[in-house]
Write a protein that binds this ligand. Structure first.
Ligand code: 5GP
Length: 204
């Protein structure tokens, strides 16, 4: 089981919404306060991505076996690839006494909401689907069909993000600095200033 620590922070938003950029900035600015939950994925690494840092890169058979063994908190298939947050990934951050930050898509959010992790849920909204498409094309990491899949998923994710009650805050990312300061403001209102020592007992 996953032991309870401080409330994790979940960032969700369509591919290309800028959530990873916001996350990177947060982790860089507050390395002692936040720790990234390194997910598993069956997709291939992009240039520059390191195994164990950006993702644990795995294959479908190993991932299915690990899911079968109950090693994951949540899993989802996104654009034909599997993704998941292992219990170990979250535990690893908790043991460092940092707040665990998850970058996950909406099916994962639905599952995490059912656990007792009680996460703070942030949705990063792109200014428009057109702008999202422009960003994804500029990023140039996907083939045309994969890009179309991501845009279809983005439409569904935006609908989910907009539904009242699904997230604690929706951050519009039409300007990165403004979006980042909105995120920091949300965090300062909702995350305790002083962190407790990590509790390693089972009783909290
Ligand atoms: P990408 O392939 O662009 O790195 O990620 C694709 C999508 O998968 C993004 O929306 C990202 O947030 C999501 N994702 C990454 N890791 C996980 C995970 O562990 N679980 C879930 N449910 N989604 C994830």
């Amino acid at each position: 089981m996953v032991q309870k620590g401080p409330r994790p922070l979940v960032l969700c938003g369509p591919s290309g919404s800028g959530k990873s950029t916001l996350l990177k900035r947060l982790l860089k600015e507050f390395p002692d306060k936040f720790g990234f939950s390194v997910s598993h994925t069956t997709r291939s690494p992009r240039p520059g991505e390191k195994d164990g840092v950006h993702y644990h890169f795995t294959n479908k058979d190993d991932m299915l076996a690990a899911i079968e063994k109950g090693e994951f908190i949540e899993t989802a298939t996104f654009s034909g690839n599997m993704y998941g947050t292992s219990k170990q990934a979250v535990e690893h951050v908790r043991l460092t006494g940092r707040i665990c930050v998850l970058d996950i898509e909406m099916e994962g959010v639905k599952q995490v909401k059912k656990t007792d992790l009680d996460p703070l849920l942030v949705f990063v909204m792109p200014p428009s689907i057109e702008e999202l498409e422009r960003r994804l094309r500029a990023r140039n990491t996907e083939q045309e069909d994969a890009l179309k899949k991501r845009l279809d998923t983005a439409r569904r994710e935006i609908e989910f993000g907009e539904q009242p009650g699904n997230f604690h805050i929706i951050i519009l990312n039409d300007n990165l600095d403004k979006a980042y300061s909105d995120l920091c403001e949300f965090i300062s209102k909702n995350v305790p200033e002083k962190m407790e020592e990590p509790n390693n007992s089972n009783e909290n």
